[in-house]
Design a protein around this ligand. Structure first.
Ligand code: NAD
Length: 454
């Protein structure tokens, strides 16, 4: 059955309809319309799946998508143009250019933590580039999955965009098919499954994975502001953000004070009992709640640790100096627990991060410009913020993606357009006679001309 969906889509793609700029822009405008008209229902679905506070859902899902679409609509004509490159004497007379062209049919497999954004932002990039798409939303956010399956066919070209709901069996079947590109967001274990399946058809793959994103806080940083920014970025969506601070390395002189500041910020943002705060989300399901809870076995807590499993509530939790071989420090936390490790200084922090997997994101809070420069130069990570967390996501033209175990490929803005376009090289020559330098017989004078030309 899925084979038929793909064959029909590939046939439709061959008709060339999706390549026209008019069609692409129309699809993006239809997505805008969907987001505007159904905002309340979408917010409701996000509430149902993750108890997402309206403000967070607007900020990180709906408004994020609006900004992304607006940016694509504004820039698309420019991005899609052939890009002239200079030619040399060797091809004289000629012109050369790079022509972006869509791949065909793209499979998008998305994750549950930002279930709308992680499904539709790739779709925006895929459609901008003129592709068709099969979208497989995460089954762990069933309300958002269902609303996308219902609404997308009402707004988008049904021949070009198909939503297939389901979990592992459905995705496994889809992965057997010869898509023209696969875009996967989720954990690295499944990332390997996707990559293996893609290898069968030599399908290009974009993997948006996760990992442990570190923060170093230097003694030169303003602790209150630092704590405020970290607290927001860590406990947004109850810590279930791929680029959330996973752990803090704090200069030993300020580690204790930073923990106190973060605790004060938690009180300020979520009150005495975060369970009662309308601004604090919930864990996606029992399995993930128990997973995060199990990381705390045998660990001393600095604050938090309250769990109400029935309500999927897990309070903001701070841990000071957990053992480095504990699961808290060896696995991605992806939940509302934040370890703070006291460290001797900047150089030790850089070494600590360098010894581990390349993270999706790496954050530095420091007032020293030399440290800022070294952090950028010495830490390899998908993205970085200096003196903030997460906020690079607010810049449409910054590509988003991991490196090494945190992923491959990038999207957002022009990077997204290019990720789902093949950049085809074209050389165009007139049918004029030329000096017969390259043709046999290879006389001596031809070799001299060749040397002169190179
Ligand atoms: P998930 O459980 O929703 O899985 C992601 C997708 O993979 C789903 O659509 C699911 O159906 C599919 N899937 C699951 N198991 C599969 C299997 N065995 N075979 C084929 N398909 C399968 O999400 P998750 O993996 O729990 O997501 C959390 C992880 O994703 C974290 O590591 C997080 O850091 C990362 N993440 C990364 C980004 C990013 O943009 N880089 C964004 C969000 C989450």
């Amino acid at each position: 059955m899925y084979q038929q969906v793909l064959s029909q889509q590939q046939q439709y793609f061959s008709s060339g309809v999706t390549k026209s700029l008019h069609w692409r822009k129309q699809q993006l405008k239809q997505l805008q319309l969907l987001l505007t008209r159904h905002e309340t229902e979408l917010l409701q679905a996000l509430k149902q799946d993750l108890a997402k506070p309206v403000f967070e859902a607007m900020l990180s899902e709906i408004n994020y998508l609006h900004t992304d679409i607006k940016h694509c609509l504004k820039q698309l004509t420019r991005w899609a143009r052939p890009r002239r490159v200079s030619t040399g004497l060797r091809t004289f007379p000629s012109m050369a250019f790079v022509q972006p062209e869509p791949y065909g049919s793209v499979l998008i497999i998305s994750a549950w933590n930002y279930p709308l954004q992680l499904a539709l932002a790739p779709l925006v990039a895929v459609l901008s580039a003129g592709n068709c798409a099969v979208l497989k939303p995460s089954e762990l956010a069933p309300a958002t999955s269902a609303i996308m399956a219902r609404l997308l066919p009402l707004y988008l070209d049904k021949e070009a965009v198909v939503v297939i709901e389901g979990g592992v069996p459905e995705t496994t079947e889809l992965l057997k098919l010869p898509f023209d590109h696969i875009m996967y967001t989720g954990n690295g274990q499944v990332g390997k499954i996707v990559l293996r399946a893609a290898a069968e058809h030599l399908t290009p793959v974009t993997l948006e994975l996760g990992g442990k994103s570190p923060v170093y806080v230097d003694s030169s940083a303003d602790l209150k502001l630092t704590a405020q920014r970290i607290t927001w970025g860590k406990w947004l969506n109850a810590g279930q953000t791929c680029i959330a601070p996973d752990y803090i390395l704090a200069h030993k002189d300020i580690a204790q004070a930073l923990a106190e500041e973060i605790k004060a910020q938690l009180l300020q943002m979520y009150g005495d009992d975060p369970k009662l705060s309308p601004d604090y989300g919930r864990i996606i399901n029992q399995r993930h709640l128990q997973r995060v809870q199990s990381y705390l076995d045998g660990i001393d807590l600095y604050c938090g640790g309250q769990v109400d499993a029935e309500q999927l509530y897990f309070s903001p939790t701070l841990v000071l100096d957990p053992p480095l071989d504990s699961r808290l420090m060896t696995e991605e936390i992806f939940g509302p627990v934040l370890p703070i490790l006291s460290i001797t200084g900047f150089d030790a922090a850089v070494r600590f991060v360098q010894k581990r997997d390349k993270p999706l994101s790496a954050y530095l809070f420091s007032n020293q410009s030399s440290q800022q420069q070294q952090w950028i130069e010495q830490i390899s990570s998908g993205s970085q913020c200096i003196n903030d967390v997460l906020m690079f996501m607010a810049v449409s033209e910054l590509p988003f993606g991991g490196v090494g175990p945190s992923g491959m490929g990038q999207y957002s803005g022009k990077a997204g357009f290019e990720q789902f376009s093949h950049l085809k090289s074209v050389l165009k020559r007139p049918l004029w006679p030329e000096l017969p330098v390259r043709f046999a017989p290879y006389a001596d004078w031809k070799r001299k001309v060749l040397c002169w030309l190179s």
